[in-house]
Design a protein around this ligand. Structure first.
Ligand SMILES: *[C@@H]1O[C@H](CO)[C@@H](O)[C@H](O)[C@H]1NC(C)=O
Ligand SMILES: *[C@@H]1O[C@H](CO)[C@@H](O)[C@H](O)[C@H]1NC(C)=O
Length: 280
């Protein structure tokens, strides 16, 4: 009896430490957050596809803020030039090189390989590849054209796989590198009105998970992000064709700002988190 009481009072006295543990937890998170947000990419070459708008452009700015030399990749030259001006404003050093490269990542592998060889010739070995090019066409299956269905596979899946294939050997030989994939919440569960889109993002997730195993012991890091709806030009276009059911389902995860998403992805990549599940 006496013994049980002693144990009990001992346990109770531990409760006094709870606030202390709580404060220590907050402090730890704060320090971790500070370290993460200042992790440097000084003089590293960061390449981003789909960089002329949305999450890609925000990510390019975030890389520039951390001192990287950044190459923006997209199709449209005018939009690239506009994005370049914005990204230059994010630089912390006038010596940082910000450049653009126009290529359609849905082209054949030989075109992609040549494009990336050119990008590395101009800007040096690629330290980080952010695959951000993607598109969503919404609607029930009867309403989506075969061309759009194929387009989503070409762009969302092959459009990330081919650039990755083009850089992976170089990264392995240097023993360092980050490859990032931008999947979607729809890579976890099929969403009404997004069947071909969900499928393309599931494919990307499977690819990223397998690739992570392949490169783990070469010093490379694969990160895959699953953002919910993000307030981008692409999102605005999707909204036009989005069935009511799709909107209701997607709305439940909220609408994030591209900057918020980009910063979280960057922190995860630099902190070797394989996955970013919860964006909110
Ligand atoms: C970064 O870009 C600048 C300007 O183009 C260039 O002078 C510099 O050599 C680049 N840094 C690296 C590490 O490639
Ligand atoms: C494929 O998607 C891109 C990006 O949204 C679009 O510009 C292009 O016209 C589409 N192609 C087809 C065949 O629908």
């Amino acid at each position: 009896m006496e013994f049980a009481f002693t144990i009990l009072s001992y346990l109770c006295s531990l409760l006094y430490f709870l606030p202390l543990i709580f404060v220590a937890g907050i402090l730890y998170d704060f320090v971790r957050y500070k370290t993460l947000s200042s992790a440097s990419l000084l003089k590293k070459h960061v390449v981003i596809t789909g960089a002329s708008s949305g999450i890609g452009k925000s990510f390019a700015c975030e890389a520039a803020r951390r001192g990287a030399n950044v190459t923006l990749v997209a199709r449209n030259v005018d939009k690239l030039k506009e994005a370049e001006i914005e990204v230059k404003k994010c630089c912390i050093d006038p010596m940082q090189g910000i450049s653009t490269f126009s290529v359609d990542v849905t082209q054949s592998y030989s075109v992609i390989r040549e494009a990336f060889a050119e990008i590395e010739k101009e800007g040096g070995p690629i330290f980080m590849l952010m695959n951000c090019a993607g598109t969503a066409v919404c609607g029930i299956l009867e309403d989506i054209s075969p061309a759009d269905i194929k387009n989503m596979t070409d762009l969302n899946y092959h459009g990330s796989v081919f650039p990755t294939k083009a850089v992976i050997e170089g990264m392995k030989s240097r023993g360092e590198g980050h490859v990032i994939f931008t999947a979607s919440e729809a890579a976890f569960l099929g969403i009404y009105g997004l069947a071909p889109y969900s499928a393309s993002k599931y494919a990307l997730r499977g690819f990223a998970e397998a690739l992570q195993m392949e490169v783990k012991y070469s010093g490379l890091q694969v990160t895959v992000a699953f953002p919910p709806d993000t307030d981008t030009p692409g999102f605005e276009i999707e909204e036009l064709s989005k069935p009511r059911e799709t909107r209701l389902i997607c709305q439940s995860s909220g609408l994030l700002k591209p900057d918020t998403v980009a910063i979280k992805i960057m922190n995860d990549a630099l902190h070797y988190n394989m996955k970013r599940y919860l964006m909110n």
